[in-house]
Design a protein around this ligand. Sequence first.
Ligand SMILES: [Zn+2]
Length: 125
Amino acid sequence: MPSQAYPAFKPCPCGSRQPYAACCQPRLSGERPAETPEALMRSRYTAYVLRDAAYLQATWHPRTRPAHLQLAEVRWLGLHVRRAAGNTVSFTARYQEGRNRHELRERSTFVQEEGRWFYLDGVEG
Ligand SMILES: [Zn+2]
């Protein structure tokens, strides 16, 4: 589903309890870049939910960005941001693959360049 097709008034997929239009939509549309690492992390989770590979590539630091991004056939079930401090964000994301449910725990690192935040990399944790 292209991100623009997600209803603006519905709760944002990132779990912020804000309407999509007031949360991740302006990031995905490019109207308002994420101001903080947490906002970027949330918008990237939403991009995974909405399968917006172009946004994921655009917000990935060129140094670590994959040449081709193959999105896994999973259903994202929810995001919980555990801690956001400095340029790192620790989160738990739940997803379903086939009949199996999984949890992804990651600490992501972000870098800011020319006023814009980029995802650099992540480690388990
Ligand atoms: Zn959001």
